[in-house]
Design a binder for this molecule. Structure first.
Ligand code: PMP
Length: 407
């Protein structure tokens, strides 16, 4: 007899990530993937980690390989606190196993079954996945280029547990909030008594000028702030952090203990050793320069290939992604197999909406593919769109009626 396993309601709410499924598709040889949000491996500081590895094992080996404190490695917490642009006590910094874990912990600590949770429209798919098992009612707040629409926030804000918001080079759209929009959002959230969960993995990846200060810098008690080493050092380390007001920190810590006891102490020491002596000031400008160039190549290719097709896109000022809207009547999910057949993949935008999706949207990453691949990928995408455009239906030409007038 087969064993009757009963899945929890939580498990029923878990879904495979659309992106991971697409990444499997794009693993086929010959497909140019503009889909995944994988940082360029050319930016990984392999030599610095090789040195740090030897040093950590030689000087601190047994401690690095032992169980450790759930809060995180002291020097790394201090480094995080010191580089944030507002006064942060290292005791408020919880090191997490990627900022994805911080999203999971936030969900566990702040969401009850049926709680109302607000997100931007669209928003980061991984946050929707992390929150979903806690059985919230997730609502997408209407957004413009200036961020969450204040009128919609007034309607939805009261009694919501929090607003999850990405002010810098958002995943998926690449958009950023202006100084004015940040000020207005923080003031409005304060008036509404609406906590903010600010996620900022891309803030350091600006092209020409740094973005305005984070929301958390303006109202630390009203915000949880999530950061990550994935996009500036290497995602394989699985190092992120959450900065929490004193009222919330102990609960996040208890959730963290239950989840994994602690983030690998070895990785934390490696990062700490690499980050010493101003490493980031030398390293991050190189990442910015590479991504700025790749973004420019993609924007040039779009301008060149998509002219006259009725496709819209934005020009991000940093980060890894660009957002594109297909012509009226097209559906990016339905179009994906044709694009893959032509050798290019993207992520359909529908995956990033909490509720009703705009089927015309899609996300392109400009950081993983080479410049040549970006050009060929955009050409293949343009050919796919061109082929799918509704052909003008032939209208029978009416016989000219004799009016007696000749022109
Ligand atoms: N937040 C956002 C907005 C992201 O795009 C990602 C990664 N794609 C994460 C959090 C999680 O990153 P990590 O766990 O690698 O820190």
């Amino acid at each position: 007899m087969s064993t009757p396993w009963t899945l929890s309601r939580r498990a029923e709410r878990m879904n495979p990530s659309v992106i991971r499924e697409i990444l499997k598709l794009t693993a086929q040889p010959g497909i140019i993937s503009l889909a995944g949000g994988l940082p360029s491996p050319a930016t990984f500081p392999v030599d610095a980690f090789a040195q740090a590895c030897a040093e950590v094992l030689a000087t601190d080996g047994p401690a690095a390989l032992q169980y450790a404190a759930s809060e995180g490695h002291g020097p790394l917490r201090e480094w995080v606190a010191a580089q944030l642009p507002w006064a942060v006590d290292p005791a408020q910094v919880l090191i997490t196993t990627g900022s994805q874990q911080a999203l999971d912990l936030v969900g566990k600590v702040l969401i009850d079954s049926g709680s109302r949770v607000l997100v931007e429209t669209p928003t980061y798919l991984g946050a929707l996945q992390a929150f979903a098992p806690m059985e919230p009612q997730i609502e997408g707040v209407a957004c413009t280029d200036e961020g969450p629409d204040p009128d919609d926030l007034v309607r939805r804000g009261p009694s919501a547990r929090f607003l999850y918001v990405l002010p810098n080079f958002q995943n998926p759209t690449g958009r950023s909030l202006s100084e004015g929009a940040r000020q207005a959002l923080v003031q409005q959230a304060d008036r509404l008594g609406l906590p903010l969960v600010e996620d900022n993995p891309y803030g350091e990846l600006w092209f020409d000028q740094p973005p305005p200060a984070p929301l958390s810098a303006r109202h630390p008690d009203g915000c949880l702030y999530l950061g990550s080493f994935s996009k500036v050092l290497a995602p394989g380390l699985r190092l992120g952090y959450v900065v929490a007001p004193k009222a919330i920190f102990p609960k996040l810590l208890q959730a963290k203990q239950a989840a994994d006891l602690h983030t690998p102490g070895f990785n934390q020491r490696l990062a700490s050793a690499v980050l010493r002596d101003g490493f980031m000031e030398r390293h991050v400008p190189r990442v910015r320069a590479l991504y700025r160039q790749q973004c420019r190549v993609m924007l040039d290719a779009l301008g060149h290939e998509m002219g006259g097709l009725g496709v819209q896109w934005n020009a991000p000022e940093g980060g890894m992604f660009l957002w594109l809207r297909l012509p009226e009547g097209m559906d990016a999910t339905a179009l994906l197999p044709q694009a893959v057949a032509r050798g290019v993949a993207y992520v359909p935008g529908a995956a990033f909406y909490a509720d009703s999706a705009d089927p015309r949207t899609l996300r392109l990453s400009f950081v993983t593919a080479s410049e040549d691949q970006i050009r060929s990928g955009i050409a293949a995408l343009a050919a796919t769109v061109r082929e799918a455009l509704p052909r003008p239906t032939a209208v029978p030409v009416a016989r000219p009626q004799s009016s007696g007038v000749t022109a």
